[in-house]
Design a protein around this ligand. Structure first.
Ligand code: ZN
Length: 330
């Protein structure tokens, strides 16, 4: 199963790469969407970009691909001629960090959770593709970070082991807008990068954490998909928790991955609402959940087995001690 997941992850990213290269030199498609007075979402290829405009300058979240940056910069300049002073990467994936090096050359300072920088350094070290050093975030944090910019507090907080091991969400506290990065795919089954520290339970916990930070009026920029609401986030948490529980029950009842992957009733109400229409098909999602459940239950079972053996050993020792006592008395 692990090898299948690796293959799947590889296919997923090579798809993104091929897709981006095939458009080289052609007009890049982007769409700037107003979320409120000063916050915009920019859609194009790759993850959704978040932008804050104001008297201080431009604050940016994620930057899609290098080849799109010229177009993205033009779009930004239709709203403000001020420079992009700060950029936060929500995680290390290429469809969220591809523009880093070019923005760094224009003086933008890049921030991220520390694992993002570590993963990007790993990619540079592998040297499979020529990746410039300038892609690396200059400032990293472990748990959270607050900017005081464009007249509001911008709270950046780490979500542990969710889409990857370096996810961050960004909350514009006065504007009441949250950028979730890829921990939230609005209305679609999520891609969870388990090869890079992601986990389904981490996603559920992360989204629950986000729901405590925001409120029912918050507007949400997801990693992929359209602007969403608190309710949309809530629906995703319910979907993830429900499917996780159903797959766990089937795992306990000794169903195989192949069997579970074909159980369309496990996801029916979500498939009917279009959840399977994104990057991740229903089958791929069920397989991913199954493999996580199998890993977790495997750990639980092997711990239970270890505990049972330890208990038996102690009981034997006690029995031996009792027998020795008896013998001594005799
Ligand atoms: Zn991603």
């Amino acid at each position: 199963m692990r090898s299948k997941l690796i293959l799947f992850t590889t296919l997923f990213f090579s798809f993104l790469t091929v897709y981006s290269q095939s458009d080289n030199g052609e007009k890049v498609y982007t769409k700037l969407i107003k979320v409120n007075n000063k916050i915009y979402m920019l859609q194009g290829k790759g993850g959704n970009i978040g932008l804050s405009f104001g008297s201080d300058g431009v604050f940016m979240i994620d930057d899609q691909f290098a080849e799109s940056i010229e177009q993205i910069q033009k779009d930004i300049q239709t709203i403000s001629k001020k420079p992009v002073q700060f950029l936060v990467n929500t995680h290390f994936h290429g469809d969220h960090t591809g523009g880093n090096a070019i923005l760094a050359q224009t003086g933008t300072i890049i921030f991220s959770q520390e694992n993002v920088r570590t993963r990007l350094m790993g990619m540079i070290a592998e040297e499979k593709k020529k990746i410039p050093q300038e892609i690396l975030p200059i400032v990293t944090f472990s748990e959270d970070l607050t900017f005081h910019y464009n007249g509001e507090k911008i709270y950046v907080f780490h979500i542990h082991d969710a889409h990857t091991d370096g996810d961050a969400m960004v909350y514009f506290t006065s504007s009441n807008v949250l950028h979730t990065g890829d921990v939230f795919f609005n209305g679609k089954y999520p891609f969870i990068d388990t090869e890079n520290g992601g986990s389904l339970t981490g996603c559920i916990k992360g989204l629950e954490k986000a729901m405590m930070v925001i409120n029912e009026d918050t507007k949400i920029i997801p990693g992929h998909g359209d602007v969403g609401s608190y309710k949309d986030l809530q629906k995703t948490v319910e979907m993830l928790s429900t499917v996780y529980k159903r797959v766990t029950m089937n795992y306990i009842n000794k169903k195989s991955e192949e069997e579970v992957a074909k159980m369309t009733d496990l996801t029916k109400e979500y498939d009917d609402n279009g959840y399977g229409g994104g990057f991740i098909s229903t089958e791929a999602f069920l397989r991913m959940v199954y493999s996580e459940v199998a890993k977790e239950r495997g750990d639980i079972e092997s711990n239970a087995e270890k505990n049972r053996k330890a208990r038996e050993k102690v009981e034997k020792m006690q029995e031996q001690a009792n027998q020795n006592k008896k013998k001594n008395k005799e």
